[in-house]
Ligand binder design. Structure first.
Ligand SMILES: Cc1ncc(COP(=O)(O)O)c(C=O)c1O
Length: 438
């Protein structure tokens, strides 16, 4: 089997170096740390840079290209759609109707309507708007470590420092409680014996912080940006029960967890959750900018004319992409592939954790996993410097990885869902070799 990764010499190559220098002069450098590689083109799981080096991609952009980079069916669909109609704002076109029907057809039955937007933040911001509008209340409960985007209501609900620094005051009514982060539990409890005390703590926190005007809860099924933090089994179902007992609205942020990432089309399927609203982004367009809110009709219909919309939302090209992506996911059974290859990858990563002094935790499911790097496994002191070193080492061996986490010390293992077993092993070999060189 021919290997896919090939790096000619130390990175960045000459063309990449030149582009990085020009870029630093022309555009603000406020994006996160990435390998010093300027992408040229990509197909499936392989990225080729401007110097002709090839890499296996564990980033999928940022969990976007679920059907693989530049999938031919998606590319052809987008080309045909853009030749026909590029934009029409809110005037109706058939692709929008078809896409809405198709999206609703794959959502759980109780979510019988949807609405198209462009970014994930627009979807979460929209969900917050709908919860306030429907309930007539203004407080939103969210979680420490959460990330819902960088617009105002979304970042106010967020629980990470980066997007908020210097941006206060945040929106009134933003209430946050701890997410079940079992590797770094804020209560210093053990998952085997804690009885999910973080759920009980919500009532305590609300007694102290709420004015009694709680509209609803916004939560991620796993926290991506915080470092791929997965709640213990049953926690989300118990949270849903807690929400229902109090008559609140329930919005699930599946901007990154949907479209097969966890091994099911939507992560909510694992615990048969029935949120009132689900925010969808990233994989829905697999590279084409589109997002959506899936909703119970009686909840989203609280919005009147002109109360939600966006210049690019529901444009014909995005809508054509929505349908093509679903077709690819179904035809290529990408949920199944995510589960099967994810299982193979996780078991090898767990073996690496035992051998490496720096891998403190490996967590996740399907093709979304986090590898947390620490200076010392006992103290769990985060190792962001080693993480950046690992990103560079891996790139030099032909593997593209990125980092996330409140401490910038978690490697994202999130390749496109089309990854084959051979590509998984080749990339894991590179990762193992890079870890050994830390
Ligand atoms: C869970 C979640 N919600 C919302 C967003 C924001 O999406 P966007 O960057 O498209 O606005 C992200 C992006 O990473 C996300 O992971």
């Amino acid at each position: 089997m021919a290997l896919k990764a090939y790096v000619k010499g130390p990175l960045p190559g000459p063309r990449s170096r030149e582009l990085f220098a020009r870029w630093a002069k022309a555009e603000a450098q406020c994006t996160g740390y990435q390998a010093r590689v300027a992408w040229d083109h990509a197909l499936g799981v392989v990225v080729t840079d401007v110097d002709g080096n090839t890499f296996i991609d564990w980033t999928s952009g940022v969990l976007v290209t679920n059907v693989g980079h530049c999938h031919p069916h998606l590319v052809q669909t987008v080309q045909a759609a853009s030749a026909k109609l590029l934009n029409n704002y809110e005037c109706l076109h058939e692709a929008r109707v078809n896409a809405a029907e198709r999206l609703v057809s794959i959502l759980p039955a109780h979510l019988d309507k949807c609405f198209f937007l462009t970014t994930g933040a627009e979807a979460t911001e929209g969900a917050i708007r709908i919860m306030k509008r429907k309930s007539g209340k203004f407080e939103i409960l969210s979680f420490y470590g959460s990330f819902h985007g960088r617009t105002y209501a979304a970042l106010s609900a967020g629980g990470l420092p980066g997007p908020k620094r210097g941006f206060g005051p945040t929106a009134p009514g933003s209430l946050r409680v701890p997410y079940p982060h079992c590797y770094r539990c804020p209560f210093r409890a053990k998952p085997e014996t804690c009885g999910m005390l973080c759920l009980d703590f919500i009532d305590d926190s609300l007694r102290a912080n709420s004015t009694g005007s709680l509209a609803g809860v916004l939560v991620e099924p796993y926290q991506g940006t915080a470092g791929f933090i997965f709640p213990p089994k049953g926690w989300l179902a118990q949270l849903e029960r807690w929400i229902r007992e109090r008559g609140l609205l329930f919005a699930l942020d599946e901007v990154q967890s949907s479209y097969g990432r966890t091994g099911k089309m939507f992560a909510m399927e694992w615990e048969q959750l029935q949120p009132d609203l689900v925010c969808i982004g990233k994989g829905i367009g697999s590279g084409v900018p589109v997002s959506a809110i899936g909703a119970r009709g009686d909840v989203i219909d609280a919005l009147g004319a002109g109360e939600l919309g966006s210049t690019m939302g529901g444009n014909p090209v995005a809508c054509a992409a929505v349908i093509a992506v679903i077709e690819i996911m179904e035809q290529e059974k990408l949920e199944e592939n995510a589960l099967r290859i994810g299982g193979i990858m996780k078991s090898r990563l767990l073996t690496m954790m035992e051998r490496s002094p720096f891998v403190g935790d490996v967590r996740g499911m399907g093709l979304v996993m986090g590898v947390e790097l620490v200076k010392d496994k006992k103290t769990k002191e985060p190792a962001p410097d080693l993480t950046r070193k690992l990103i560079d080492l891996a790139a030099n061996h032909g593997l593209l990885i990125g980092s996330v986490g409140g401490f910038g010390n978690v490697i994202r293992v999130a390749p496109p869902l089309v990854i084959s077993e051979a590509e998984a092993h080749e990339s894991l070999d590179i990762f193992e070799k890079s870890l050994a060189q830390l």
